[in-house]
Design a protein around this ligand. Structure first.
Ligand code: ATP
Ligand code: MG
Length: 318
């Protein structure tokens, strides 16, 4: 349904021009949830914003972003506005910035319902209350303002508003990173329900592999602006092939209550900023498996059997 090919985003800051996102390709099918995971600065938000051309005007975007065959990067403002919200909705980590401070929550959701579906005021109110119930809020919450809700309630309200437009795709950028663990789990369950019951496709950008694993059917691992590995979630967790993916898995804490001493193995060093990336493989300076050839050429993402890998010396398959 959403087909992204060779998406590249370049920014200009002062004298320097750099690619924050470099030739990224992925597909998001109907009812699928794809997790885009990566460290801070790897390009997750840039990818999310570029899909609906929400980047600042200085950004140079190339490649293709096809929604049911139509290239979004070539659309004019009117055509794009018909897609924003209606076919692709966005949820960001700061719901307060996206909610209107002077309108009651219920009013905002009702307006979103009426903007997208031909129902009268009463019908919209009924649908609003249903949506609020679906996201775990109550009829009382409909009469409150955004500042009267907790962070988790605001995020639920924002998701209800996004869903009111009946989007086919929900792009969620770190929707739970400002929330505590219990509220986080609730939001992830809510998103999973939208996918399973309403067939909404989800693109989830997060720095947390654990969060992606809870919700996503597939995961793409982003490193320094490139996808280095992608696979079905179960396969990626069971047998990571890229040394970076393996490093991410080893740095995850085990579930509480599991026996044995906890020994986390963080990845050495930190991801380079775009203007300091090494030639060849971008991960090679931090990679325990790097060899001479990794400095000479950059490994391309090669797809075999639905699994993508960009590495000359991958971890052995089990
Ligand atoms: N508007 C901009 N102008 C210039 N550079 C930008 C702009 N937006 C992002 N960048 C740069 O692009 C790179 C990718 O940033 P991006 O925000 O996409 O990363 P991210 O993976 O979302 O990180 P985080 O986990 O911290 O949210 C970074 O090096 C960032 O400094
Ligand atoms: Mg981000």
């Amino acid at each position: 349904m959403l087909r992204v090919r060779d998406l590249t985003v370049r920014f200009q800051t002062g004298e320097a021009s750099f690619s924050a996102v470099d030739r990224i390709s992925f597909d998001l099918g109907h009812g699928e949830a794809l997790g885009l995971i990566g460290e801070s600065g790897s390009g997750k938000t840039t990818v999310a914003l570029s899909l609906l051309r929400l980047l600042p005007s200085g950004a140079q975007v190339s490649g293709r972003v096809e929604l049911s065959g139509e290239d979004l990067l070539g659309l004019g403002p009117d055509a794009l506005n018909r897609i924003r919200g209606r076919r692709i909705a966005m949820v960001f980590h700061d719901p307060l910035a996206a909610l209107n401070p002077v309108l009651r929550i219920g009013t905002q959701i009702s307006e979103a319902v009426r903007a997208h579906q031909s129902v009268d005021r009463r019908g919209a109110r009924t649908m609003t209350l249903e949506l609020l119930r679906a996201v775990g809020l109550t009829a009382n919450d409909a009469d409150r303002y955004a500042h009267e809700l907790s962070g988790g309630m605001r995020q639920r309200a924002l998701i209800a508003m996004s869903v009111a437009c009946r989007p086919e795709i929900l792009v969620a950028d770190e929707p739970t990173s400002a929330l505590d663990a219990i509220v986080q789990a609730g939001i992830l369950d809510l998103l999973r329900g939208l996918r399973e019951e309403r067939g909404v496709s989800i693109l989830l950008a997060t720095h947390d592999l654990g969060t992606a694993a809870r919700l996503c059917t597939r995961i793409a691992v982003l490193y320094a602006g490139r996808i280095v590995e992608s696979a079905r979630t179960t396969e990626l967790l069971a047998s990571p092939r890229h040394p970076y993916t393996l490093g991410l898995l080893r740095s995850l804490p085990p579930p509480l209550g599991s026996s044995g001493p906890v020994r986390l193995q963080p990845i050495a060093g930190s991801a380079p900023p775009p203007w300091e990336r090494p030639g060849g493989c971008r991960f090679r300076n931090r990679c325990p498996r790097a060899q001479d050839d990794c400095a000479k050429r950059e490994p391309e993402l090669i797809e075999i059997d639905g699994r993508g890998l960009a590495c000359f010396h991958p971890v052995d398959a089990p």
